[in-house]
Design a protein around this ligand. Structure first.
Ligand code: GLU
Length: 496
């Protein structure tokens, strides 16, 4: 453990730290949480905070999500010193633009015998796995089939164009040990570590290789990341050794959790930074709330700014326990901050965000067809603002003929989940939502009319509204998701 009381932190200073999100969906509060600690540590010691985009997993990549990461971190004020958009001396900062480097580095490992080509087919690996499961083997993994191919045979097969991956040659025995500065020394038995794939047959590196190569070439001194990467770290340590490079210092922060202590997930909790932005939480409040999840000022003081956290920061005050993302507390913090503002300041904040021209003009365009007086606008537009709605007056409209409430709930839940996975609809424009909703009805044997009414009631709390899909787009994905989830819970609570 560091255990230093304000003493010098471990590792080289000034630090060079990074966050390395993968652009696979909406910007997650977990990413913001990790970013905050990296940012604070860098600022405390006059270091550099880097943003690197880990986009080598082509299957999981979603367009637009890189820009969303930038937007979310900027909204929070966590500005980075080097990154894909701002440049820097160690670029490019997008892994997909660094492929020649990974090829060159993997080549070195193969030449040194630290890594080896593996020609096993998917069929063989699947069969191996099945056998291992059937034999109740405690650890599943590669059996080293291609480990002992002679370099000449391996080279000949590669030259002949045979499909292959490159694996790390993990030592058969011994241990891999590293210090996690929040948890102490961690030891892993090498025989339990799989011969990790470093390079895939599609010509892309895996997370492990690219992450280590980049951290080395970008001069990263401290890796501050989430607990979910702890089991990757011994593989990384082995890789640093194989390359002959010095490993950075490691810190694994606790995983954010739902109230029931499970890993924070969007089924139980809103996890997108945009949810909190769009529902009117203040960025400085969200940061202070997140800081409290892992940091203690030591005197029961919960309310502090990022500047104060930087001035105070010591690793010995960081806790690695899995903190609960407690919505009620965030709400209380936000309320207190709203009350702490002068009405004048509040007005400026409202105009800047909730009532900006950019936000209001499209809403007015919807309302003007339907109201007669200027003072009708605000009440008419009410459902475009705020979070949860009162469904008391429209409860009956959540019933669908010949379907149980449980069935309706399951369908709404599936709708919310599937739209997230649809590359076009997840952008949440009106035409894309409409196309998705029609396809969803067809695929699930629902009448458009029935589903559309349900969505309208869920999203607006009313049975009549401007064009449904326009309305959904203008309410925003996070507000719609929240309300659909509320309705699902309401229906589940009803007797079937
Ligand atoms: N690409 C990983 C992620 O999505 C990076 C993990 C790390 O920081 O090493 O979080």
């Amino acid at each position: 453990m560091t255990g230093q009381d304000g003493a010098r932190p471990p590792g080289r200073l000034p630090p060079r730290v990074r966050i390395a999100p993968s652009p696979t969906g909406d910007p997650h509060v977990g990413t913001a949480y990790i970013a905050l600690f990296n940012y604070v540590f860098a600022r405390k010691h006059g270091g550099t905070f880097i943003l690197r985009i880990e986009d080598t997993d082509q299957e999981r990549y979603t367009a637009g999500s890189e820009a969303a990461i930038f937007e979310a971190l900027r909204w929070l004020g966590l500005h980075w010193d080097e990154g894909p958009d701002v440049g820097g001396p160690h670029g490019p900062y997008r892994q997909s633009e660094r492929l020649p480097l990974y090829r060159q580095e993997i080549q070195k490992l193969v030449e040194k015998g630290e890594a080896y080509p593996c020609f096993c087919t998917k069929e063989r690996l699947d069969a191996l796995r099945r056998d291992q499961i059937a034999a109740k083997q405690s650890t599943l993994g590669y059996d080293g089939h291609c480990r002992s191919l002679s370099p000449a045979e391996a080279a000949a097969r590669m030259a002949a164009g045979e499909a292959h991956v490159i694996r790390l040659r993990v030592p058969d025995d011994g241990e891999t040990v590293f210090v996690d500065h929040l948890r102490g020394e961690l030891r892993f038995e090498n025989r339990l570590i799989d011969d990790q794939v470093l390079f895939k047959s599609d010509g892309f590196p895996t997370y492990h290789l690219a992450n280590v190569v980049d951290d080395h070439h970008m001069g990263i001194t401290h890796v501050i990341r989430g607990e979910e990467w702890i089991t990757s770290t011994p593989k990384h340590v082995l890789l640093y050794k194989a390359f002959g490079w010095e490993a950075p210092e490691f810190f694994h922060l606790g995983l954010l959790r739902n109230a029931d202590k499970s890993k924070l997930s969007k089924r139980k909790n809103p996890v997108s930074v945009f949810h909190y932005r769009d529902l009117g939480y203040l960025p400085e409040t969200l940061l202070n709330f997140m800081a409290n999840l892992g940091y203690s000022m030591g005197d029961d003081r919960e309310r502090f700014t990022v500047g104060e956290m930087i001035a105070h920061f010591e690793w010995s005050r960081v806790s690695a326990g899995g903190p609960v993302f407690d919505q009620t507390k965030l709400e209380a913090f936000n309320g207190a901050d709203i009350r702490g503002m002068s009405p004048d300041k509040l007005y400026d904040r409202l105009i800047a965000r909730e009532l900006s021209r950019e936000r209001m003009v499209p809403l007015l365009a919807q309302a003007q067809e339907r109201v007669n007086r200027l003072d009708d606008f605000i009440p008419y537009l009410a459902f475009f603002f705020g979070g949860s709605l009162d469904y008391g007056p429209v409860l009956d409209k959540l019933k669908v003929k010949d379907r149980t409430p449980a069935e309706v709930a399951t369908t709404l839940e599936a709708f919310a989940q599937d739209i997230e996975r649809d590359p076009a609809a997840r952008e949440f424009t009106a035409p894309a939502i409409e196309a998705f909703a029609r396809g969803f009805c067809q695929a699930n044997g629902w009448k458009n009319k029935d589903l559309f009414m349900l969505l309208r009631v869920a999203v607006t709390g009313r049975t009549a509204s401007p064009s449904l899909f326009e309305t959904m787009a203008l309410c925003g994905k996070d507000r719609c998701r929240l309300r659909i989830r509320d309705v699902v819970a309401l229906l589940r609570a009803q007797p079937s």
